[in-house]
Every structure is written in structure tokens, then in C-alpha cells.
Design a protein around this ligand. Sequence first.
Ligand code: SAH
Length: 219
Amino acid sequence: MANNLSTGVGMTSQRTRLRMIERLRQQGISDEVVLSVMAELPRHSFVDEALMSRAYDDVSLPLGFGQTISQPYIVAHMTSLLRNGKKLGKVLEIGTGCGYQTAILAKLAKEVYSVERIGPLLEKTRLRLREFRFTNIRLKHADGHLGLPEAAPFDAILMTAAASHVPEELLAQLAPGGRLIMPIGANEQRLHCIDLSSEGPVQTVLEPVKFVPLLPGLG
Ligand code: SAH
């Protein structure tokens, strides 16, 4: 990408990004494919100008509309879990937000569908992602509780907002052998991994996390 989004200067330079990658390695991220994509993608281009200098810190940042972009560690960890060492096929992301996670998935997967309930946020993100000229991203203004039946089944589903339970609709839209990664809980949340095996869904509870809630309906 030879545009000004990917060059960056000062606090947003390639060197700063490589320091983030080193930190992710120290934090236990070992999927080199994920790390190389994160080393390439200018995270600062996904936050407002006033926050750009903090884009590579290990913190979540406000993205407007009361929502947050997840910290780099969580993005790397969830993407590694979703990939599970394999190439990603058709992926559904629930909670597009600023589009950073969407862009990472687009570099790793054949096709990415991403749904967001806040219309104006989705439109802002649509314009931002256009600059990157991805050809494999489809964005939809929709309630992620329902998944995206018209594009199902998905090889992998990633939810970036916390739900109270696993929506039946999402399980129904997972391809055999597919994997769903999502945070579950209210005050106390944990990451859950659901694999659709030939005997049915196998759910594994992982570490505590902190996400904005999955809200009902459209915003
Ligand atoms: N992956 C995003 C994280 C954004 S925070 C990023 O990197 O920026 C979670 C997002 O989920 C918010 O944008 C929020 O509006 C969205 N969200 C919450 N409930 C939703 C629902 N029911 N359907 C779709 N999106 C939802």
C-alpha cells in the first residue's frame, strides 16, 4: 500500500509498530502470520487524530459513539485463536467498530463479512476502509445477534462485543469444523471458543476480558 495511510511519521512510524510486535511476542503471541499482518497495518489510521500517538500502546481507545477499539494484545490473541494455525476462508465479524480488526481479518481470510449496529459509525468506517482498497470486505448495518443468514455458512465467526450467551443463530451459521470466538458475560466477562465438531458444538471457556456489550437492535 503506497498511500500516506501506511507510511506514518514519528509516533506512528514503522519503528513504533515493530515495538508493538515485540511486546506482543513477549506477551505470548506466537502466530507469526498474525504478527506480520499487524506489523504492516497502520493502526493509527483507525483512530481519531488526537489519539494517534497512543495507537500502538497496549490499551483500548475510544472510537466515538461510546465504543472502543480493542487493545493490540486482544486483537492479536483473538485473531490467532480464530485462525488456529490455518488459512481463513469465509469469516463473519460482529461489531465492525473502527474496522481495525476487520482489516486484519481481510488480510488473512478469503472473504470477510462484518456487521455493525451503529449506522453512522459504519459509514465512517466504510470510508476509512475504502482507502485501503480491500476487495474482500462486505460491511452490513445489522444486528449481529442474528448473524448474517444470507451469507452463511461461515468458517469462522468473531464477535467483538460481549453477549450474555451464544446466540443460536450464530451456531446455525457456522460451517462444520468452524470456530466461533466471542466474549460472554456482563460485569465479569470471559472469552469463549466454540468449535463445531461432528458431534456438535464444543465450548471452551478462556481468560477474563473486557468488552463493550452486544446491544439489541440497530443504533
Ligand atoms: N472490532 C472493533 C471493536 C469495536 S467495539 C474495532 O476494532 O474497532 C464493539 C462494536 O460492536 C461496537 O462498534 C458496537 O457498536 C458493536 N455492536 C454492539 N452490539 C452489536 C450488535 N448487536 N450488532 C452489531 N454490532 C454491535
